[in-house]
Design a binder for this molecule. Structure first.
Ligand SMILES: *Cc1c(COP(=O)(O)O)cnc(C)c1O
Length: 383
């Protein structure tokens, strides 16, 4: 029996990816975008843990122009999965990667002279004219050529016959907070570069600056295309950014009750004995733990069972956590519980888990371990 066969029994703990909600989010984002602004769906890190191929297939059907990825492997997996849309690799490429990129029609960001020259040579050897994007650092001090030094690099690219300057881009350090001064400064620096290009008669098809926060809150910076990541997955980049009605989280984390114990007053629970029953208690054991990416909490957080909150008691283990179900008498073995996501009238949000983890929503989505297998639901992808 193959692990990936339909009959292979799913472990009683899993992540559920609702492709119907993903589709709806894409539709809402597209209809919120001004006509003519393209959508580049950011699917790096397995589409923030949702499964890049499934997400890309839905996004292609919903009109995404192309995809952003971080690594060559990520891009190759989409190509092997049959995705033919443009794939833009963020960050910097090592020399050894460039030939692969040209051979598989992957679009790279070129941010320094050496890469421009190497890529131009390889493209010429393939007899191709290869599209490139230039990343302009306008204040984030991460990847990209410094805004004041961008024009000479751009002129060099334009002069290379085997390269086509398809895009220029920048990235905001802070686009989703109420305070927009730094984002505005970054955009002004980017606009300066665009003006200087214009004066030299250099045209470019795709000018793009916005991540989810910029898409929501900096309409003046939409230009030709936006690079939307976390919002596709139904999570707003901050609590103060503009909200789009109807956007819903795509990922849930679920587990089935794998044991039930009765506690007498004074009995203790779990490693380190961090919980002592104050009275008779009924508890459920959920077969999921920090080895699956759940934050290593003790006596904090909850699971949803039969639409009610069951508080986590004791310290969570690698493979198990315990919840108090005294007030949920109908709970039985193998009933479904929700660790992240909605159930009935309640919801445990990605942000709730981020608080337990003392981290951010991006970290929570991407760090569920793969031993929690992904179960795609409401999907009508072709495969
Ligand atoms: C990750 C990333 C994005 C997407 O950011 P979100 O906040 O998830 O929308 C956009 N642009 C670049 C350069 C990125 O690295």
């Amino acid at each position: 029996m193959k692990l990936d066969s339909e009959n292979f029994p799913l472990r009683p703990a899993w992540t559920e990816i609702d492709l119907g909600k993903l589709r709806r989010n894409l539709q809402l984002i597209r209809s919120d975008l001004p006509r003519g602004v393209k959508l580049l769906a950011v699917v790096k890190d397995e589409a923030y843990g949702h499964g890049a191929l499934d997400v890309a297939r839905v996004a292609v059907e919903e009109g995404a122009w192309g995809f952003c990825l971080s690594t060559l492997e990520e891009a190759m997996l989409l190509r092997e999965g049959g995705i033919t849309a443009p794939l833009l690799l963020l960050g910097e490429r090592q020399e050894a990667e460039l030939e692969w990129c040209v051979a598989h029609h992957l679009t790279v960001c070129v941010n320094e002279l050496h890469t421009v020259r190497r890529l131009a040579k390889i493209a010429a050897a393939f007899g191709k004219q290869v599209p490139v994007h230039v990343k302009i650092h306008t204040g984030m001090s991460r990847y990209g050529v410094r805004w004041e030094e961008a024009l000479p690099l751009i002129e060099t690219i334009v002069a290379e016959k085997s390269l086509l300057l398809e895009g220029v881009m920048t990235h905001f350090s802070q686009s989703d907070e109420a305070e927009k001064n730094f984002a505005n400064l970054q955009f002004a620096r980017f606009s300066e570069v665009l003006r200087a290009m214009e004066q030299k008669g250099i045209s470019v098809k795709l000018r793009h600056t916005c991540n989810s926060g910029g898409f929501l809150d900096l309409p003046q910076a939409h230009l030709d295309m936006v690079r939307v990541g976390i919002l596709l997955y139904g999570v707003f980049p901050s609590q103060v950014c503009r909200k789009i009605e109807g956007i819903e989280p795509v990922m849930s984390v679920k587990a089935k009750i794998a044991a039930i114990q009765k506690l007498k007053p004074g009995e203790v629970v779990g490693y380190g004995m961090h919980y002592t029953a104050p009275s008779e208690r009924r508890i459920a054991i959920l077969p999921i733990g920090y080895g699956d990416g759940f934050p290593r909490v003790r006596n904090e957080g909850c699971a949803l069972i039969h639409g009610r909150r069951a508080p986590i008691i004791g310290g969570i283990a690698m493979d198990a956590l315990m919840v108090d179900i005294t007030d949920i008498p109908q709970a039985q073995m193998w009933d479904e519980s929700v660790l992240m996501g909605p159930q009935g009238a309640h919801e445990i949000t990605v942000r709730d888990i981020a608080k337990l983890k003392k981290s951010v929503t991006y970290d929570v989505l991407t760090n569920w371990r793969l031993r929690l297998r992904r179960k795609a639901v409401n999907g009508s992808t072709t495969n």
